[in-house]
Design a protein around this ligand. Structure first.
Ligand code: PHE
Length: 454
């Protein structure tokens, strides 16, 4: 059989894939969400459960996703359709691709609004118009509650994303991750160096790693599971789409472990940096989603060189969010190119414009549309909860079930080029039993709670 290639292109090599997939994984999830979730859930207990989910469920599911992508060599929607067919399974399995593209669409709409705030902070801090304000935390409220500016920053971020997506795999995705990711790592290390000088690093370390079982609530476990999918970009096809551009002979097992470790390291370093600043300045660990936008800038305003440090920090967040957002759009854009025969530019517009429009609703849900709530949450928060806690874990569970129970085992073995069968069998056990049961248990609990809350 001749080697199958994706019509969209193939990454230059394994490291390009690693950078692109790490670019997808490392994002607002690592720098904005992870630290505040750890802060809200009492630190250590949450962090350890999160690490457990990453290792026991996240990385094995990621291997499944990349494997499916490379086997199918198409957008997740068409990949799932074809793989189901070649294993004589129902066409309905193609639904995994559809649900994934929809999740990406929904996530991108609110993701872009929050990323827009980060871009605004980078620009304002460097431009000198933020840190000199008398009441810094109030600046966040002022930005978010102003419909015009929050919409403009969201629109700017969507333009940045669609610009890269429209340029295609090589000129767009590859070039951007090759530049943005190394810069991101250097900036993060620089910030860690700074954190070591604050005198708060030791306390930050204890806060994040001291196991305090009393803080381990059902809520903490549930958020840790949803977040492990969100942070690794799993369950919606981003990693599957990127897997489709993976060169044929590269080892997938080693690759996904590298990505999982890099993503986790970035989250932990971001947490250490943020909590060092929090402790050194006597700020609140449980500040919630505003930790990054209120607490940190306050600290930046009080420290010498805060403009540089704050500027670097928010550029880092912008870069991280940018490479993630690109991957959120890729499954739907690649599908349009394949199925409708659109050029990349046309496909980027066809997806980007409706995502932008839904993003408008999310942006306005923080100000003029704040009365509109779904199940008690603003539109933005609702979309976050729906995708992170339900759609991604469900997608991950279906991917695990398809790989473990439906796809022909010989196809899996061939695509993974298995040499170590002991390790392979362990992975199969996780994919068939551990991952679906773990996800079902946590999700079942969520549904039970919803049902009984009245
Ligand atoms: N992993 C990204 C982050 O942590 C978000 C993301 C989720 C990207 C799902 C792609 C798919 O910010």
């Amino acid at each position: 059989m001749t080697e199958k290639k994706s019509i969209h292109g193939v990454w230059l090599g394994r490291w390009t894939f690693i950078l692109a997939a790490t670019g997808s994984a490392v994002g607002l999830g690592n720098i904005w969400k992870f630290p505040y979730m750890a802060g809200e859930n009492g630190g250590g207990a949450f962090v350890l459960v999160y690490l457990l989910f990453i290792a026991a469920i996240g990385i094995p599911v990621m291997l499944a996703e990349v494997m499916l992508g490379r086997r199918g060599r198409k957008s997740p929607i068409n990949t799932m359709k074809e793989l189901a067919k070649s294993s004589d399974a129902s066409k309905l399995w193609g639904g995994i691709g559809w649900m994934g593209a929809l999740s990406g669409f929904l996530i991108l709409s609110f993701y872009s609004v929050i990323a827009g705030w980060a871009v605004a902070y980078a620009v304002k801090i460097i431009g000198g118009s933020l840190l000199d304000q008398p009441d810094i935390p109030a600046q966040f409220g002022a930005l978010v509650s102003d419909p015009v500016s929050t919409v403009l920053w969201h629109s700017l971020f969507m333009l940045m994303v669609m610009f890269v997506v429209a340029r295609g795999i090589h000129k767009g995705l590859e070039t951007s991750v090759n530049i943005l990711m190394p810069v991101l790592f250097v900036m993060l290390l620089g910030l860690l160096g700074y954190a070591a000088t604050t005198g708060g690093l030791g306390q930050a370390f204890t806060f994040m790693f001291k196991f305090n079982p009393e803080a381990l609530t059902a809520e903490a476990i549930r958020s840790a599971l949803g977040h492990s999918f969100f942070t690794l970009s799993l369950g919606m096809g981003a990693i599957m789409a990127y897997g489709a551009y993976m060169p044929q002979n590269e080892s997938l097992g080693k690759t996904v472990v590298t990505i999982g470790i890099l993503d986790t390291l970035v989250a932990i370093v971001a947490g250490l940096v943020i909590f060092s600043i929090v402790f050194a300045n006597g700020l609140e660990t449980a500040a919630g989603p505003s930790l990054m936008f209120k607490t940190l800038p306050l600290a930046f305003s009080q420290m010498p060189g805060g403009v540089v440090l704050g500027g670097v920090f928010f550029i880092l967040v912008t870069f991280a969010a940018w490479t993630s957002a690109i991957s959120l759009a890729e499954p739907a854009v690649a599908w349009m190119v394949e199925t409708a025969g659109f050029s990349r530019v046309k496909a980027a517009l066809a997806i980007g414009i409706p995502v932008w429009a839904l993003g408008l609703v999310c942006a306005l849900s923080q100000n003029i549309l704040s009365d509109v709530t779904i199940l008690g949450s603003s539109v933005l928060d609702f979309l976050d909860k729906l995708t992170t806690n339900i759609m991604l874990p469900l997608g991950g569970m279906l991917i695990a079930i398809f790989t473990g129970w439906v796809m022909r085992r010989s196809h899996v073995v061939k695509e993974l080029n298995v040499k170590n069968f002991a390790l392979f069998n362990m992975w199969i056990i996780v994919i068939r039993f551990v991952a679906p049961a773990g996800i079902a248990y946590v999700m079942g609990y969520l549904i039970y709670e919803w049902a009984t809350k009245g």
